[in-house]
Every structure is written in C-alpha cells, then in structure tokens.
Design a protein around this ligand. Structure first.
Ligand code: FES
Length: 88
C-alpha cells in the first residue's frame, strides 16, 4: 500500500492507504470527504479535480494548457483525479 495524505475542503488532513496502480479518483470517491466524480471518469465533469502538493506536482505530467484557467479555480497544481495513478 502507498500512504497518501488527503486534505479535505475543511482543511483537515487524512492519512489513507491506497493500492498502487489505482486511480486517485477511484480512491477519493469512496471517501465521505473525497470527490464527487459524477461522470465516473469520463472526463466530462471535473468533479474529481484535486490540488497536488507542489513537490509532487513536479513528478506528475503537467496539466494540458487548456485546463489551466485560474478564473475557474484550476492551476498548474490542479489535476483531474482520474489522471493520477497511485505510485508504488
Ligand atoms: S470524474 Fe468526471 S472528470 Fe473526473
């Protein structure tokens, strides 16, 4: 298992164990404080978006330019939870 620290909308940090190879969206949608993931991973709703710790953002592929829209709350540190695969 891989240990993740998830900070919810209220600023509370939660330690969770995640199965390597799973998509972050799949893990977070099962949690009460997780994401809605309304479309189930079809990339049409953005309700699985998360903000990534800056040191980890460098290890992930950058978001597509079309998705970086500060006016809509997306930044270079935000990603779709579907696009993040839990590492070993
Ligand atoms: S669950 Fe809809 S875009 Fe991620």
């Amino acid at each position: 298992m891989t240990r993740l620290i998830v900070v919810d909308r209220d600023g509370r940090a939660h330690d969770i164990d995640a199965k390597p190879g799973a998509r972050l969206m799949e893990i977070l949608r099962e949690l009460d404080y997780g994401v809605a993931a309304i479309c189930g991973g079809l990339c049409s709703c953005a309700t699985c978006n998360v903000y990534v710790e800056p040191s980890w953002a460098e290890r992930l592929p950058p978001p597509p330019e079309r998705r970086v829209r500060p006016s809509q709350g997306t930044t270079r540190l935000s990603r779709g939870g579907l696009a993040i695969v839990v590492p070993n």
